[in-house]
Design a protein around this ligand. Sequence first.
Ligand code: AMP
Length: 479
Amino acid sequence: MSTFEQLGLSSETLQAIYKLGFEEPTPIQEKAIPLALAGADVIGQAPTGTGKTAAFGLPIIEGASTNQEHIQGLVVVPTRELAIQVAEELNKIGEYKRVHTLPIYGGQDMMRQIKLLKKRPQIVVGTPGRLMDHMRRRTIRLQNISIVVLDEADEMLNMGFVDDIQYILGDMPAERQTLLFSASITKAVESIAKQFMQEPTMIQATPRNITVPSTEQHYIEVPERKKFDILCNLLDLHSPEAAIIFGRTKKRVDELNQALSRRGYSTGAIHGDLNQSQRNAVMSQFRSGSIDILVATDVAARGLDIEGVSHVYNYDIPQDPESYIHRIGRTGRAGRKGVAFTFITHRELDHLRIIENLTKRKIIRHPMPTLTDALAGQQQVTIERVLKTVEESALSAYRGMAESLLEHHDSVTLLAATLKLLTKEPSTTPVQITEDNYVLPRAKKERTPGPQRTPRRPRRSHNKSQNKSHNKPRHKSHD
Ligand code: AMP
C-alpha cells in the first residue's frame, strides 16, 4: 500500500490532503494517480464512494498552472449536484496551489456564470447541456484544455448525453489527456473510450483474496445530514457491549467522537495523528470496558489487535471491498456472530452492490431507526437491569421504603417513575458534524437545447487514427 507522499504529489497538494484528513490513498487513487500524472489516458471502473473524485482531481490540480489565463482542465459530469460536489472537492484539493475550479450547470443564471467564467478559473466542472451552451456562445473556450475527465460516464450515456459528449470532446485539442470514470464499463462507455481516448489503461479496485467473515451484515440508506442522529438511534436501540464506528477521515473521527460524548456515550477515538502512547491509552480503556465505543479510521484500526467487538458501524461506506471485509471481520465474540451496519447515501448504492458481489454475501437493507425505536431499546436495557436486580440482589434494605411509598402512590406510577429515572433517554443535544459531500435533491436531466434554438456546429471527425495522424507526440503536462 503506498502513501500519498509516494504518489509523486507536490507539497501544496499534500498539505491540502492533510487538511481534508485523508490518511492514505484509496485503491483507485493508488492506481490512477501515478498513471494520470505520467500523462496516460485512464479508464477507472469506480462508483461513488471509492474516492474517484480525488483520483482524477489530484492529477488535474497537479497539472494546472495559475500563471496561465485559460481553462486547462475540464470535468464533464451528468448532474448539477455532482458538478457542485466535484468542484467543491477540487477547490479543497487546489487550496494551497491556488487553483480555482468553477462548476457550471443548467438552471443557474447564465449571466452570473459568464461573469464567473471571466474570472479565469483553471478548471471547469460542467454538465453537458450547459457546457455546450457556453461553447456556442463562445463564453467558454476549450482550445487550451490539456486534460478532460468524463465522470460517471455510464450515467451520462444512460441519460442520453452521447451526442453532447461527442460534441464537447470533438472541440478540444487532440493532444489532450483523457480520463474516464464509470461505475460500469458498458458497451456505450467502451465505444466513447475507443473514439476519444489514446491507448487507455484500464484500472479498477480489485481486492486480494480474503475470507469473508460470517458477520450479519446490514445497510441503512440515509442522507448525509441525518447520519449522526440515525447512528445515535442505532446505538440506543442496540446498546452494544463493544462497538467500533468507522469514519472516513481523521477529521470525521474526531468530530464523531466529540459529538457522541456530548450526547452521553462513552467513546474514544483512534487515528493516524495520535502518537503511540495516546493510542495505547484509548485501546486499554476500550479493552477494559471503561469506554464501550471506539471511533476509528481504517488505518488506525488496521494496525491494532481489536477483535471480538459485538457491533461494527460504518458511518461512511469503506472505499474498497477489502477494507469493508476487514472492518466487519472485527465483530464476533466467543462463537457469537457479530453484527455490522453500513450507512450509505443514495449515490453509493452502486458501490454497495459491488461490495456485495465481490464478497458474495447479501447485505440486508434495514430501515432507519426512529427516536421511538431508540427509546424502546433503552427501556429494554432498564427492564433487564431491574429484573436482574430482582433476581440477584439483596433488597431488604429497600423493602420498607417501597412499602411506605406504596401507601401514598399506586404501584404502576411508582414503577414507571423509577424506570424513567433509570433509562438513558435518547438525547437530541445539537452537535457539529461537517457534512461530507452534501448532495442536493436529485436534479432532473438537463435539457439539451433543441436544434431550432441553437443549431449544432458540424461535428469534427473523432476518428482515432485520424486524430493520431494529426497529432504531435502527446504533450505530457505533468512532468
Ligand atoms: P467519491 O468516490 O469521490 O465520491 O469519494 C467519496 C468520499 O471519500 C468523499 O467524501 C471523499 O472526500 C472521500 N475520500 C476520497 N479520498 C479519500 C481518502 N484517500 N481517504 C479518505 N477519504 C477519502
